[in-house]
Structures are given as structure tokens and as C-alpha cells.
Design a protein. Sequence first.
Length: 181
Amino acid sequence: MLASWMGNPMHTLVLDPGFLPIKVISWRRALCLSFLDKVEVLASYEREVRTVSHSYPTPSVVRLLHAARPGPQVVRFSRKNVYLRDNHRCQYCGVQYSDHELTLDHVVPRVDGGKTTWTNVVTACAACNRRKGGRTPEQAGLPLRTRPARPKWTPMTLAQRLPVHDVPEAWRTWLGVASGR
């Protein structure tokens, strides 16, 4: 979910009472929290939500009015997050590629019992992935540039790893993302 919320006007950034980003929720949940006086709406999207008798701006950034217990900060496994972890570089040849030019490769092939996990999947260009085939990197003579691991960054620091155009304008101040980066 991490990368999918960036640039998506269907999500709202939640700040703690001290204005620090803590999570991302749906705009519907944010609107409900606003009606319940649990959050203060700090910024809204241009899009409005209409009822029969009222119109409400879609919340983009909200601040909790009371402290909440923080939940675990985990980076979910997804293709986009693997690309971000590996900095869009083929882990065999080291060349940087765009999303549509990369593939995911299982270090220990699935036919040999390899799982689709953070520690067994890396980014690879199509040519290196074909060369490796259903073998391990050692068998194929393609050493890994870095060992795959679960990312150390948290969901809120993810915005600093993405291109600036993928971060909603209203979130940039709160996430410390410069507009001209």
C-alpha cells in the first residue's frame, strides 16, 4: 500500500498533535473523524464530497486532536517498494532502469522452494533475469550487488525516496519534501 497512496487524492495524511506525520488513511475515514471532532482538517483537495444538502472538501491533511498510541511502522512487500528499496537498479548489472523496464527476480528460484519475501526478491533487468533463469546467482555466475533485506525506512520517510511529483502538494510541508527537488 505504501507506494500506492502517493499522488492518490483518495488518501489523507494524518499528523499527531505535535504535527508529525504518523500514517495515511482513506479520505472517508478522515471525513468521519472530522465529523466526530477527533481531527482538525489542515488542508483539503480541490475535490468536494456532496450530500443532498451539504458539500464538504475532501481532507488531504488532518491533525489528531488527542494523542493516539502509535502502531507498528512496517513497509509492506510490493513490487513498487522493492523497486524503491533497490533504487530502480538491476541487482546483477547495476544499471538503473524505469519501472516498466524492471522485473522482480527470486534469488532462490521458486522451483527450488524460494519464497516471495523481502530477503529473496530483488530487481533485475529483463536481460539479466533471462540470463539467470531458474538458477541461483552463484550457479548463473551473476553475483548480487547487495543482499536483499527488509527496508529500514518507514512509511512516512518513503515520501523522501519518491519523485516530488508523486507526493501530493498539500503533504510536502508536513513530510519535509521540497517542491523543487
